[in-house]
Ligand binder design. Structure first.
Ligand code: NAD
Length: 319
């Protein structure tokens, strides 16, 4: 059995679906936090709830006793740890909550992995660990001692914690640094979803900085493939970038969404936000070499699929 934390979230629900489709038994854990509407999370797992290969625990990863019960009830062999308090900007105003959910939560899972002799662990890290890195593309060998948000700091801290557990107990741990993930069921707090919603409702969208920032947007099915490959292939401790290797300028993102929704955006320029990175850009040669992974969905194709989902999704239109 495979334990997936953050199972009702954007990436987690796609990972659980892919595993269940392969006939694997999946135990999902999620506390349905209110960072964005729990109704969206319920809808993310609507189909999964009907799948006999999937069981869900509504549990908080901060609650070690609750987690222990799950391990007692099921023979868990592998862990994909995706539960986290997400979002860069809100982490600046409530850093303590991020430290609790992300660092304490990860420690609890590593401890249970040790107690239950679990050998394979995948941790969902983030391009945010690169902080103000000036050298592009970002490589796993770059020094990452200077995050610019508490969120990025918690992700880097968790990577170090994973490394410590590997050193002590020999677990195979892959920390995968995801670069701005998008696609169907995409998070409503992220730019692509917000832009689609505001353009669709003919409301003004706020563009921070002067719209010149760049992101290495990565389609969710590519991220899922990378996670499953890492779970299967990783030996030892590795940090691996999963990105598109093709940064896109914000203005072009808006243009593409406009074209797909066949509506014009109303743009309001706003100040650059604290914690925002100017550019993210992944060097993905390590993922290619170790996992045989490369992204398959290009940005144009990905945005087309995203907007098709967006238009047909009742939840995204009502909330
Ligand atoms: N989406 C991205 O662009 C992106 C980029 C880099 C890294 N990541 C990482 O990937 C992972 C998944 O992100 P996502 O975009 O799917 O976010 P998400 O918010 O949709 O999913 C995270 C899930 O974790 C759950 N959760 C949070 N705290 C929890 C706790 N204490 N106990 C149990 N469940 C808890 C939430 O309810 C949510 O359903 C996260 O670790 C995130 O940091 C995401």
């Amino acid at each position: 059995m495979i334990l997936v934390t953050g199972a009702a979230g954007f990436i987690g629900s796609h990972v659980c679906e892919a595993l269940a489709k392969e006939g694997k038994h999946v135990i999902g854990v999620d506390n349905f936090n209110s960072y964005y509407s729990p109704k969206i999370k319920e809808s993310n797992i609507e189909a999964l709830n009907k799948n006999k290969n999937f069981s869900l625990y509504r549990e908080d990863i901060k609650n070690i006793d609750g987690l222990k019960n799950i391990f007692k009830n099921s023979k868990i062999e592998k862990i994909i740890h995706l539960a986290a308090r997400v979002g860069v900007r809100p982490s600046i105003s409530m850093p303590d909550a991020y430290v609790q959910d992300n660092i304490q939560g990860t420690l609890n899972l590593l401890e249970l992995a040790r107690e239950n002799s679990i050998k394979n662990f995948v941790f969902g890290s983030s391009s945010s660990v690169y902080g103000g890195n000036k050298k592009i593309p970002f490589s796993e060998n770059d020094e990452v001692n200077s995050q610019i948000s508490p969120y990025g700091f918690t992700k880097r801290s968790c990577e170090l914690l994973c490394n410590t557990y590997h050193n002590l107990y020999g677990m195979n741990i892959a920390c995968l640094r995801f670069f701005t993930v998008y696609g169907p069921r995409g998070r409503p707090d992220m730019a692509i979803y917000k832009f689609a919603k505001m353009i669709n409702e003919e409301k003004k969208i706020e563009v921070y900085g002067n719209g010149t920032s760049k992101r290495d947007y990565t389609y969710v099915s590519d991220i899922v493939k990378g996670i499953l490959l890492a779970l299967e292939k990783n030996k030892g401790f590795e940090i691996i970038n999963l990105g598109d290797n093709n940064p896109v300028i914000l203005k072009d993102v808006i243009r593409l969404i406009e074209n797909n929704l066949d509506k014009k955006a109303k743009i309001k320029m706003a100040e650059k936000q604290q914690g925002d990175m100017e550019v993210t850009y992944a060097n993905i040669s390590k993922a290619k070499k170790l996992l045989g992974w490369s992204p398959e969905i290009d940005f144009k194709q990905g945005i087309k699929s995203f907007t098709e989902w967006f238009k047909s999704n009742k939840i995204s239109l009502t909330l």
